[in-house]
Structure formats: structure tokens, C-alpha cells
Design a protein around this ligand. Sequence first.
Ligand SMILES: [Fe+2]
Length: 454
Amino acid sequence: MVAAHKPAPVDDELVSLLWTKDLPREHGFEPLSVEGTLPASLAGTLYRNGPAKFGQFGQRYTHPFEGDGGTTAIRIAGGKATGASVVHATTGLAEERRAGKLLYGLSTSWPRRFSNNLRKKAKNTANTNIVAWQGRLFALMEAGVPTEIDPQTLATIGHTDLGVVSGFFSAHPHRVASRNALYNFGLEYGRVTKLHLYELPDAGRARHLGAVDLAGPPMLHDFIATDTHLIFFVSPVRVHVPRMLLALGTFDQLFRWQPEHGTEVIAVPIDRPGEPVRFTVDAFYQWHFSNAFTRAGQLVIDYIRYPDFATFYQFGDLAAGSHEVDATGRFHRATIDLAAKTLRSEQLSDRQAEFPTVKPGDEGREHSLGYATFDNLRAIGSIDAKGNVISHQLPGDARATEPLYVDGHLVALCHTRERAYVSVYDATRIPDGPVAKIWLDHHVPITFHGTFVR
Ligand SMILES: [Fe+2]
């Protein structure tokens, strides 16, 4: 196992802006200017979701993760593009707008926070991901149920439990190409925290596959799936239950890094969810997985590994005016031997990386290339199984977000200080830079995840 590798945080004012400056303007689909030539074969809509408002009524939220979600969508057809940006009109945000004051979150008064907790009332901010399923579109956050969005207008339709969700529905569903289904998990906090498992098939109803009891109440951001297993790295980030119950402190203070618990590896057979294999290794953290597959009876998992949970607190500090961002995430490949209950993890590259993706169709099976942002959002590139990175450094001080592979191209929402744009790369010629840029005329705050719908 590679030793923890911990460079100092870097000062990055533009990244700080992405995490703190509201979406300045909401609008329906309007024509966008295209620089370069959009490939004629590229047709569909890119949907991107992230926090779009970081406060209201003159009050700031205590952490960017409390931000109200918003979608920016770019529709591409016939070499032209239109774009729309909205803040999701969630039930909680609508109530606050009617009341003319904050009703939810940790910036409200303590009596209100306490009373919200007693009544189990919280705002579903729908601020992390947006996924398509059976022709429908859902904005997701990890501590709530899906929020359905109209794919044509981006209007908020409302919350749904998909008929099966008890508790939360994570913002990180993963597809398994060979099973023609999306998989996801959701936590249900209680005396014992339950990890619920869901299947969303391409046709037919959503299914609850089962539930696994967890040792403590974690923050669990992502997981990954192979064609046989759902795999979780449950890092020792524990919810501070007394603070949560008493509604004390800031968002940062609700979660504690407790490395003495280690990271629990849980591999759940999709067809036998009652028989998980679980064991604990030395503590590490991950926000995101890239892909996983089965090889010679072992599970192989690509992910971005961190030595600890420091990034979470740095994101909170951005809300308080800091410009320091962390640079510790590295691509790793882990191999799990289920019979021996061991995990071996090797760093693939020394380049900082985040927001990893793979080509549609590769999910759950062995892939040759993964895609990601590199160098603190300054580059977009691919990485192979040996850790060779081929990348393009963005011009000036532009920053990139999660690249998605679409029909031989990479599509990524990028940011300058004033405006956002979508870069379209030929996936076989990434270092040449984008073949086209689609320009919005305004700033868009950080988007975490999204999807491209043909
Ligand atoms: Fe995420």
C-alpha cells in the first residue's frame, strides 16, 4: 500500500468563487455562442447539477453542501447549442421564499433547528447529481429522496420515493452495463443505521434489494458496482449524533473523522444481498469511484483516494472566505480478495485527480481508459490501467469539472472568472484541446455531477 501522500493545500481564488458565488441569472433555453466547430454527430442534452445558491435573505449557509441545487443544461443539435439554468424549486426552498426567511438548515435560529429536528423536517436541496431513468430526470442529494425535474423545461416536478425508497437515496447511482440497470444505496439513520440497496432496471419497477446494518452512522458519499457486487468503502466519518439531535453547531461539526475505526469494506453480492463480505482496513477516505470489475475471482476497483477527511472541512472554510483547496486525491486501483478478506490498493498516478468517469458501456466491466479532472481542476484527461495520464491543460486560469464521454467525445462544463462554457474534446486527441466551446453569458457555480441524454 502506498504511503499517505499529503501536499499542502493551495491558494485558489477562482475555485473558491465556484463554491461560494450564486448562479446570477435563471433562464430557459436560449441560443448560445459556439467557438470552433461542434461535431455534427453530437446530439443531446448535457445536464449538470450543483449548489446554485449559497444563502438567502442576506444570510449565508454554513457549508456549500447546504446550497440550494440548480441545473444548467446545454442542448446540442445540428452544430448549434442552446442553454438553460435554473435553481430547483424544491418544496423547502418554495416554503422559504413564501415566508421571506430561512426556515431550514444550520443558519437558522437554534429553536427552529431543534424544532425541525424533532419534526424530522429538513430541506431536500437536490444539489448533487442529476440522472436519467426511463425517460425521466431526477436531481439527487444524499440526504433525501429524488426530486423529479422536467427534462424539457427544467421545471421542478417534485419529490418522489420511486415507490421503494425508505430513508434517503444517495446522489451516486451507478449503472452496470451487463445488467441493464442502475444501482444505488440510501442510508436510514436510526438506533442502527441501515444501508438500503436499490435496483432501477431499464424497464419495469424500481426494486429494494435488501439492507445491511452498519456499525455506526457514517457519511457515505459514493459506492461502485461490478456485474456481481455492490462495493462500499465505509470510511470512519461518523455523524455526531448528540449534535445532530440537539441541532448544535455548523454543518462541519456534524461529522467527525475517527480513523481508529478504520475503513470498512463491504461487498454485497447483487443476487444474494443477505450475504455481504465485510472486513476492515486502515482508515482512508474517498469521495468518488471511477469503475469496478471482476477479474480472476477478484474485485478490481478504481477510485480517488484521500488519506483523510480534510477536504470536507476545507470546502466549509471556502464559505467562510478561505481560498485554500486540498490537493491530496490520487487515482488508486484496489484489488479485493473476497475469500481472504483483503484489500490491496496501489496509487496509479501522482497527478491530483477528481470527478472520475468511464465510457458508457464500460460500467461494471474492465475498462481501458478512465476520464477525470487533474491538477485541481486545471486539466482534463484520460488515465489507463498503468496510470499513464494524457491531458489538456485549460487555458488561462479556467477550471474544469467532471468530463463525460459521449460518442467519441469528452464533454465538460468549464469555468472562467466571469463565464462558464462547455468544452467538447475529441476523446482520441485530448491534448489538442477542445474542438468546440459553447459559451454561456454568465457564471455557473460548481457542478458536481451530471449526465448526457441523447
Ligand atoms: Fe459526488
